[in-house]
Design a protein around this ligand. Structure first.
Ligand SMILES: [Zn+2]
Length: 464
């Protein structure tokens, strides 16, 4: 049977098939972002100077391009990204390479063995060093300027390497290395890190997310895999000490290089792991970084043959910035915390409540009663999307976004473009625990962020 279509409908069909025919291209690059030895390290509440490098800190970029849409994702081996650094990079990337700043997301992997280059603790240590020495011996090297330069250049290189790729996606499954670190006590409260063996602990207070979200990019011309983004929710604090290290993603890169050959790029996007760490409180020994990396890699490699080819690449980006209320402290409490903050750099008198002190001082960075939360959703094809979120997000939120996503595969990457502390659930705020004391948002901000992310995903799913 011959079907007659009106001319306009035919043109529409032609138009959409032409758009779909535009090749989906991707390019990747890697750059070293390790500071000089002696630079301060981030991740804990005391001053820690680096003594060397276990493995280099890297920033890895992937640029996507299809038709007139270009976007970029950068994953950096840092505990968090300074929002000023992220914004400066995005502006420069827009100016130099024509990739809209709104289409660029710069995420940190949350490695606790990277540099301390910004924030309330850095400011305190820096101030104390200047007071003692006249200048800060740990910051003779301008790390933020170096970081911006490297991040811009890595996106530029990735952009030069754009080539047509096919996508395949799916999930690995890993339950051996991630544990919810919040524990429910008999009195209904929650304590972080206390462990299942404690007599007053009833059980763990929340879930983990065992899924490893995977997107592999295969060169169409070269007929071989060239890059993969993996996404797993587990705090990157498995190394410790005074050597710079990317933590377990280093071993995922090694395993995938072995699998796919030199030149393969493994990008690790940290999942929502605000309440997840690697400590099995019932085990005799803690898993070491290499073992954790190997187990995650093993779970990735196991599902490689099952990854599903994504037939319909269709690049699109949606972004939203919402304002959520921050916690309020009275002027006297702020003054007291600012005074107490000085004890962080006084070796013999540590602050009595370092977490609360640090949080109250960090809150002073927000001049308004709200903080911005920037959310990105990248649609790579009709069945795969990537969400990026700021801050240390509770695993429950990542699970919610994935459960409500209309895409078959959804990666949710936290600590993108800003690091405004923990984003706990409303339930967690009632229960208490370390993360809620550390958190700067008022209860409900995380839920608003999740709702926005799901809205962006739905919009992308329905869009042309
Ligand atoms: Zn953390």
């Amino acid at each position: 049977m011959k079907i007659l279509l009106p001319t306009t409908a035919l043109l529409c069909l032609l138009g959409s098939s032409l758009a779909l025919a535009a090749p989906f291209r991707a390019g990747t690059a890697t750059v070293d972002i390790t500071p000089p030895v002696g630079y301060r390290m981030s991740g804990y509440f005391h001053e820690r100077l680096s003594k060397g490098t276990k493995d280099p800190l890297l920033a890895k970029a992937i640029v996507f391009s299809q038709g007139d849409v270009t976007a970029a994702l950068v994953c950096c081996d840092l505990v968090g990204i300074d929002p000023k650094v992220a914004q400066a990079c995005r502006n420069e990337i827009a100016g130099k390479f024509g990739i809209a700043a709104e289409n660029v997301s710069v995420a940190a992997t949350h490695s606790h063995t990277g540099p301390q280059y910004w924030g309330a603790l850095r400011d305190q240590f820096h101030k104390a060093a200047v007071a003692t020495y006249g200048s800060d011996p740990q910051e003779e090297f301008d790390y933020p300027a170096f970081l911006i330069k490297q991040l811009v250049s890595v996106v530029g290189t990735a952009n030069e390497r754009l080539q047509e790729v096919s996508l395949s996606t799916g999930y690995g499954h890993e339950t051996r290395v991630a544990f919810n670190r919040r524990f429910l006590m008999r009195d209904g409260r929650v304590k972080t890190w206390i462990g299942l063996k404690h007599p007053d602990v009833v059980g763990t207070a929340g879930p983990i997310d065992p899924e490893i979200g995977l997107i592999r990019f295969d060169s169409v011309a070269g007929r071989k895999p060239v890059a993969m983004i993996s996404n797993y929710a587990l705090h990157l604090d498995t190394v410790g000490g005074q050597l710079f290290s990317a933590d377990f993603p280093f071993f995922i890169q090694q395993a995938l290089t072995k699998e796919y050959g030199e030149g393969f790029t493994s990008l690790f996007g940290i999942g929502t792991c605000g309440d997840i760490n690697h400590v099995d409180t019932e085990a005799k020994q803690r898993n070491k970084t290499e073992a954790i990396g190997e187990m995650i890699s093993e779970s990735i490699i196991k599902v490689l043959p099952d990854l599903k080819a994504s037939a319909d690449p269709s690049l699109a980006v949606r972004r939203a910035v919402i304002q959520v209320p921050v916690q309020k402290y009275a002027a006297e409490e702020v003054a007291a915390a600012e005074k107490e903050m000085e004890k962080f750099s006084a070796k013999d008198t540590p602050p009595t409540d370092p977490v609360l002190t640090y949080k109250i001082v960090a809150l002073q960075a927000y001049k308004e009663a709200t903080m911005p939360l920037e959310i990105h959703a990248f649609r790579l094809s009709r069945d795969v999307a990537i969400v990026t979120l700021p801050g240390e997000v509770f695993v429950e939120f990542g699970l919610d976004i994935k459960a409500s996503s209309p895409f078959e595969t959804t990666l949710v990457i936290e600590l993108a473009n800003a690091a405004p502390g923990y984003l706990p659930t409303k339930k967690a705020f009632v229960e208490g625990g370390y993360e809620t004391v550390n958190s700067r948002i008022a209860p409900g901000g995380g839920e608003a962020m999740v709702e926005t992310a799901i809205g962006l995903l739905r919009e992308l799913h329905e869009a042309e």
